[in-house]
Design a protein around this ligand. Structure first.
Ligand SMILES: Nc1ncnc2c1ncn2[C@@H]1O[C@H](COP(=O)(O)OP(=O)(O)O)[C@@H](O)[C@H]1O
Ligand SMILES: [Mg+2]
Length: 239
């Protein structure tokens, strides 16, 4: 059995006094992969923000390699090895692609060479400014920048949202490569349910801020009734 990398138990968290997550538990092994699914507004992004330390957590704990990190501020969690790509894909607009990648980089096997091999488009655009990139290129850059910090866990919030099919294919390929490298674990929030379940080992579905399903991704894929009930009909579409 792989060591547990991240575990949450009985987490109650939200914004100010408004609690959006209730009694949430999850466990992720080193190099594991988890699809985090559910309809709009159920708390997926909030859960990632809670793991990063941006939310107000009222109960429960977040453990990293067995150590309670519930009270660590976000930058300390990042330094521990948790990388996060926000749904808004924040990049530095007035820095070049290469500068975006190197400003927050930390030593490890993901360096410029490895990144440019994975995203040839970014190599072609290395001298372009962040604000000169297409939506797809910005998403690649946001993911690449997080990888350059050499995290042990990467939290991806709807990385495929609103992108052209050809870019979606490239990103799927990149995510597969990351997982195959066995160097990091991934939590993948996605509306493209089929893709998320294909990429990951485990799945967790939220409903109104609580865990409504947890199990193997392969199993959930076959369970159309549960998928339709908890995720909706978008499950019928594959990119
Ligand atoms: N910054 C915020 N302040 C207050 N409430 C928020 C904030 N962000 C999200 N929410 C609320 O938290 C709930 C969960 O939202 P979110 O985690 O973004 O859902 P999802 O990512 O699953 O679509 C929603 O009711 C949403 O309106
Ligand atoms: Mg969200």
């Amino acid at each position: 059995m792989a060591e547990t990398l991240l575990s949450l138990s009985k987490v109650r968290a939200g914004y100010g006094n408004a609690m959006m997550l209730h009694d949430v538990a999850l466990e992720l092994p080193e190099h594991g992969s988890l699809a985090l699914l559910g309809r709009n507004g159920v708390g997926k992004s909030t859960l990632l923000l809670t793991i990063m330390g941006y939310c107000n957590m009222r109960a429960g704990d977040v453990k990293w390699r067995g150590k309670d990190i519930s009270r660590l501020p976000p930058h300390r969690r990042a330094r521990e090895g948790i990388g996060w790509v926000a749904q808004e894909r924040e990049i530095f607009p007035s820095l070049s692609v290469e500068e975006n990648l190197t400003t927050t980089a930390r030593p490890g096997s993901w360096d410029l060479d490895a990144i440019f091999k994975m995203f040839p488009r970014l190599k072609e655009r290395r001298r372009n400014m962040g604000n000169q990139l297409s939506g797809g290129e910005q998403q690649m850059l946001a993911i690449a920048r997080a990888l350059m910090t050499n995290p042990s866990l990467l939290l991806l919030d709807e990385p495929l949202e609103g992108l052209a099919p050809v870019i979606v294919e490239e990103l799927i390929h990149a995510i597969k490569q990351m997982l195959d490298s066995r160097q990091l674990a991934i939590v993948l929030v996605e509306q493209h349910t089929e893709i998320a379940l294909e990429l990951t080992e485990d799945a967790l579905v939220l409903e109104r801020g609580a865990v409504a399903y947890r199990g193997k991704s392969a199993q959930l894929r076959e369970d159309r009734a549960t998928l339709e009930r908890l995720v909706g009909l978008r499950v019928a579409t594959t990119a």
